[in-house]
Design a protein around this ligand. Sequence first.
Ligand SMILES: *[C@@H]1O[C@H](CO)[C@@H](O)[C@H](O)[C@H]1NC(C)=O
Ligand SMILES: *[C@@H]1O[C@H](CO)[C@@H](O)[C@H](O)[C@H]1NC(C)=O
Ligand SMILES: *[C@@H]1O[C@H](CO)[C@@H](O)[C@H](O)[C@H]1NC(C)=O
Ligand SMILES: *[C@@H]1O[C@H](CO)[C@@H](O)[C@H](O)[C@H]1NC(C)=O
Length: 365
Amino acid sequence: MKYIAIILILLQCCLALKANSMILHKYESIFNFGDSLSDTGNFLRSTGGHAPTSPYGKTFFGHPTGRYSDGRLAIDFIAEAVGLPSLKPYLEVVNGSVDARGGVNFAVAGATALDPKFFAARGIPALIMTNHSLSVQLEWFKKLKSSLCTTKQDCDTYFKKSLFLVGEIGGNDYNLAFALGATFEQLRPIVPNVVGAITNATSMLIEEGVVELVVPGNLPIGCLTSFITTAPPFIKDDANTTTGCLNRYNEFARYHNDYLQRELQLLRQKYSHARIIYADYYGDALRLFESPVQYGFSKSTHVACCGAGGPFNFNVRMMCGSTSNVCKDPSASILWDGVHFTEAAYGHMAKGLLEGPFTSPRLVA
Ligand SMILES: *[C@@H]1O[C@H](CO)[C@@H](O)[C@H](O)[C@H]1NC(C)=O
Ligand SMILES: *[C@@H]1O[C@H](CO)[C@@H](O)[C@H](O)[C@H]1NC(C)=O
Ligand SMILES: *[C@@H]1O[C@H](CO)[C@@H](O)[C@H](O)[C@H]1NC(C)=O
Ligand SMILES: *[C@@H]1O[C@H](CO)[C@@H](O)[C@H](O)[C@H]1NC(C)=O
């Protein structure tokens, strides 16, 4: 009896896995918009090959590829699970003879959801690292579209089997401003604008014929080394007793995420034929800080693997890549450079989206 039960359990497990991969394999292409969490080489190309430098890419590719990690990003693991090669950056596709029909990555490190001029007009301090904001990435998509499909019928058939990720984007609208001293009072009022840019992009894609969309929220930014080391004292003093993350920043991220989810609900009503999936990057990443050992990470969750030394191996003026002190085993660190995650962390996060409970409705039902 016991053995039969075990066999049945094994059978169930494996049938479930097979079903998951079949559902994912229905996608024949992936398109991604975003920032450094998912950039696979656009920023590198847009700056003429300047950043990021070695030891980025050390664990997986063996050399820098433009990814802000030691190896693969969540988007790489997602493409792998779908059975597609990793996404080519748009700026490589446009000037080459690369076939774009398997999908393209429009994400650019440093990109904001809102255009840079928005911040200037409001007098909000913002460090503009790139002008390739979400609206520029959408223009890229529109330009590329004629090489993907032509007639409406052709496009409808093609997009039925395409997965679109609209973000994560929007984190930089806050992060780069916080880094320059913007206050919660200055940034909370722009949340509707940032979310508006994301939902406008989502609507525009649906109007273009896209029907399968994942829209991620913001990360628990209060857990990032960059925030923990540079926060003003009154915020530092309010660290979470369980995770060590800064409560005020995490509350801010949740405020953005709640707002985004409410707006996505309205979009679902407006476009009932589309599948609009919210991805809970916040919960997906936070669990790593809550139970690091369970996921194979060291208990020093906020210490960057690559940095310039000090208690958190982080110095905002000497980031990873300039003078770098790299940890021996990156897979034991959640954070790679204090701002971005390690390949190991991205692997868990991708799994949480593909197999776990962090998509709603579930990506794989
Ligand atoms: C593509 O190539 C042209 C001509 O060599 C160059 O002017 C342009 O900047 C390139 N575009 C990108 C996005 O690299
Ligand atoms: C963005 O565009 C503005 C206006 O054209 C320009 O002055 C600025 O240098 C650009 N910034 C970057 C990072 O390319
Ligand atoms: C979103 O689109 C609406 C309607 O086109 C426009 O009025 C609004 O300014 C846009 N919001 C953002 C943040 O781009
Ligand atoms: C501290 O973190 C725990 C675990 O993530 C969370 O449940 C709790 O609400 C946080 N406390 C505060 C004050 O935010």
